[in-house]
Design a protein. Sequence first.
Length: 365
Amino acid sequence: MKKQLLGTTTLVAAGLLMGQGAYAAEPMSLAIGGYLQSAFSIADDDETAGVGSAIHDNKIATEGEIQFTATTTLDNGISVRARIEYEAVPSATGTVDERYFRFSGGFGSFVIGQDDNAANQMEYAAPVAGWQMGLNSPTFAIPATGNNAISSYTSLYSGTGGDGGKIVYFTPRMNGFQLGASYQPDGANEAGASGRQADNDAGGQHTLLAVAANYSSSFDAADIAISVGYINGELEGQNAAATAKGFEGLSSGINVSMSGFTVGGMLSINNGGAANSGEAGWEIGASYGSGPWTIGVNYLDIEQHDATGIGADDVAAWAVTGQYVLGPGVNLWGGVKHYDFDDGVNVAGSENSVLIGALGTSIWF
């Protein structure tokens, strides 16, 4: 019997190996790419607020990724893609960033793994020339805020849930329209394949659902792009102060382009979360590109109310940025921007007015 089983196993294995030749599809092909960015920034803080007195006024920072992408197209026409991204500079969350599978075809795109939620991926934001030091989710030139409730990393994007494990679906684009949806069981970014996340994290979120839609088209010499997105997360566990609640957020954006000019804006409203706060923010911007040059101006305002209702913290900021393409995959960028952080109850250590200038380079490979 044992010999018969071994013989059967051998035949099956041989058949599988021979059967590989029956597929017209090519094996998965692997591409390695990535990018590296560095910047020198200098800041002039309002020392009377006590925020900038204990930090350096200049900084040299680097950020980048190594990206592995495997792709193929199956005999049935479905495209398959696997993606793993490694941080060039390790962060507090580890060295591995997004990692996911994507299946695409006439049905749209289906993604499973650690990736951004559907609303985040489909959003349009205000145009910016030097996005590396922009006002909405900047990579470099981050201001100091002290104890202000508004994060120094000012962002209007629907980033709730981060790169936690999720399922994402996008419809095909039809007549300029596309829809998307995602489901994430837990707000945390799962680190491995084994084990399950705790279901009572204080102030944490679970069952994060996001839905989004966008539209893009051209009319004569003008291009237009519009997006709207909604995300909701249920409260997982109360924090000690019992102030946490479920999270929900809404965002919308628009871009209009013509003859090298692009104007647009973005609006974001959300409430709840661990601090049970309410936040509303918006940004407008305009950019112009000609040849290798792009220049732009932006203005952003964010207001956040805390759970106590004592007052609202606010930040108003403007930026003038530019970018120059030296060659394929090699850009120089820079600019200046100004932030004014105000505290709802006028606490000096939570207020700051800061002017930041930066110059950097980005290389893609």
